[in-house]
Design a binder for this molecule. Structure first.
Ligand SMILES: [Zn+2]
Length: 163
């Protein structure tokens, strides 16, 4: 089902999400995330990658879906297991901060351990924009938003028509 995306200012985005223990019980949440992403892409045409975390559709469980270069990743109970020491500011947006962007310092490479929707463990590595996307989506599961990485928070965001 296509869901409304929770917008900035809501307490829901500030909660720490619960780990998934029963994979059967969260299949509907995964479908809703995938359908909502598909809808957003059709409507707004995000081309650089897109992600949506369960709290953004009001579900406080550790699930994010990320799409990058035509590949879709269902990230359940994800954890960063390795990260580069260096950080670089990468242009970033969030569907909960619609039309805003900011340059957010992020580790340039990360390795993530996660489970897929069948409960199978897997690892992915990302660099640059994909590393940013993974860090952004994992942060959501701890109630962390990208403004938290900016020296002046929301004041460092700018309005943008970019997609
Ligand atoms: Zn976001």
């Amino acid at each position: 089902m296509i869901k409304d995306v929770v917008q900035k200012g809501s307490d829901i985005l500030r909660q720490r999400c619960n780990p998934v223990t029963n994979f059967l019980s969260i299949q509907g949440v995964i479908d809703d995330l995938i359908e909502t992403i598909a809808h957003l892409k059709t409507t707004y045409g995000f081309s650089r990658g897109i992600g949506l975390a369960a709290p953004q559709i009001g579900e406080l469980v550790r699930i994010s879906v990320a799409e990058y270069k035509g590949q879709q990743y269902v990230l359940i109970n994800p954890e960063i297991v390795e990260r580069s020491e260096d950080k670089q500011p990468i242009r970033e947006g969030c569907i909960s901060f619609f039309q805003y962007r900011a340059k957010v310092p992020r580790n340039t490479k990360v390795k993530v351990r996660a489970f897929d929707r069948q409960g199978e463990e897997y690892f992915i590595e990302g660099e640059g924009d994909f590393a940013m996307l993974l860090q952004h989506e994992l942060d959501h599961l701890d109630g962390v938003l990208y403004i938290d990485h900016l020296p002046n928070g929301e004041n460092d965001m700018y309005l943008s028509n970019e997609v």
